[in-house]
Ligand binder design. Structure first.
Ligand code: ACM
Length: 442
């Protein structure tokens, strides 16, 4: 294939020209070349998505010209590897799937109350102790059910460097997240001096939900997390680094200061902090990226305060939430968000301040109820395919009735070729159900 750079094309854009004389790809940049090649792969047919070619004889590609570029520069997906650890191979595969859908940000949620997944050589107990829990909840977050089976795992530094490089080769930026000052119980289990000064012992949490175990705001705790983030910066070249900041029950002014200090620490090192929208309460923050998850209105408040915003409202784009009201839907939690509602999602709210823009949008795969990669496949696909189109293309003419047969007849065969265990359009396969495991629908 003849590949040429064309600086007149918009960022990440390409023009793919196919005629009987050959295939030419004009690209804005490396990402544009990657996406042009993905489009060519789509045109070749589902077998182009297999791990190796099974083709015999001559191959034909339809002639035509595709000129394309994305609507948003941030087309993200969060993967929570803290509640349930995903192996390195599973993370690499997930990156492949994001890239095949022209998504370009993996927000890797590395730490939480239920597990600490990033090796920090200076503080080995974070993974030796914080990387493991005794048992896990089965289903709903407020019930008594536990599986009685230890769970854990973590990524050594070199595995994370490999994940970053693998993603970069596919035009995906890995945005690491270390969640402070709440959602940090695994760290407190490892180093109790980081935790509340009440002195009670905290262990890596065996429940889902929001733990009251907040970091204390001592200078030594702040210094500890500055050192943690310095190691994160050494591994992850991403300009944006996520510090969490969500769900801090009983947050004090001191917790706000703690978030502010970590945010400034990142800015001093040339990065841009990303925080969930609760951090807006802290005030006096350096310019940040705000993940607007509690509501769409939070995004408007964020831009009014001078921040950039990624729209990821939980009542629209949480992939762990249930896909149907069918009795067989496995562990139904959260809002009902069907394939159609994902396709109908518009990232820029109608009442968004005029003249302001958003960086983009991000779907979220929280994993309390997704204990295997097969469960992640089921939750994410095919809704993530619909989301990818929302994040890439302009909303004019978007029509679910047009999308659905295109998905069914052309894209699901690609997912089959990739070996993705998606949710069939008419409901779960028998082995995808979880009879008797209680959910928590909203
Ligand atoms: C979040 O869902 N707690 C960001």
């Amino acid at each position: 294939m003849d590949v040429r750079t064309d600086v007149t094309l918009p960022a990440e854009g390409y023009r793919l020209e196919i005629d009987p004389s050959g295939v030419r790809l004009h690209v804005a940049d490396a990402a544009g070349e990657f996406y042009g090649r993905q489009t060519l792969r789509q045109l070749i047919g589902p077998d182009a998505f297999r791990a190796a070619s099974i083709h015999r004889g001559q191959q034909t590609i339809p002639c035509g010209v595709v000129t394309d570029h994305p609507r948003f520069g941030w087309r993200g997906c969060l993967l929570d590897v803290a509640r349930h650890f995903r192996t390195k191979a599973e993370v690499l595969r997930f990156i492949d799937l994001l890239a095949a859908h022209k998504l370009n940000v993996l927000n890797l949620h590395l730490t939480d109350d239920q597990g600490w997944r990033i090796e920090i050589p200076e503080f080995p107990k974070l993974t030796e102790v914080g990387g493991w829990r005794k048992s896990s909840m089965v289903g709903r977050h407020d019930g008594p059910e536990r599986d009685g089976r230890p769970h854990g795992g973590f990524y050594p530094t070199d595995d994370l460097r490999e994940i970053v490089a693998y993603a970069a080769a596919r035009s995906v930026t890995v945005v690491p997240e270390v969640d402070i000052p709440g959602h940090a119980r695994a760290a407190i289990a490892a180093y109790p001096e980081l935790g509340p000064e009440t002195g009670e012992p905290w262990e890596v949490w065996t429940s889902w939900g929001i733990s009251t175990s907040l970091l204390n705001t001592k200078k030594s705790t702040l210094d500890f997390f500055k050192a943690v983030f310095d190691h994160v910066l050494d591994i992850f070249p991403s300009e944006v680094i996520a510090l969490g900041g969500d769900e801090v029950p009983g947050a004090t002014e001191e917790h706000g200061r703690f978030v502010r200090e970590i945010a400034r620490h990142l800015v001093e090192r040339g990065r841009r902090p990303l925080g969930w929208d609760e951090v807006l309460e802290a005030g006096d923050l350096p310019p940040m990226v705000i993940g607007s998850w509690q509501s769409e209105a939070a995004g408007a408040r964020a831009v009014a305060a001078g921040h950039d915003v990624v729209m990821c409202p939980e009542d629209h784009v949480y992939l762990d939430h249930r896909q149907s009201d069918h009795v067989d839907e496995p562990i139904p939690v959260g809002y009902l968000r069907t394939l159609e509602s994902f396709y109908g999602y518009e990232p820029v709210p109608a009442d968004f301040p005029s003249g302001k823009t958003i960086l983009g949008t991000q779907a979220q795969v929280w994993s309390e109820h997704l204990d295997t990669v097969r469960r992640v496949d089921y939750a994410a696909f095919p809704r993530l395919c619909a989301f990818a189109e929302v994040a890439w293309s302009s909303p004019e003419g978007r029509d679910y009735a047009e999308f659905l047969p295109r998905l069914r007849d052309h894209h699901l065969p690609r997912l089959d070729a990739l070996g993705v265990e998606y949710r069939p359009l008419d409901g779960p396969l028998p082995w995808q159900t979880r009879p008797g495991v209680p959910g928590r629908p909203r």
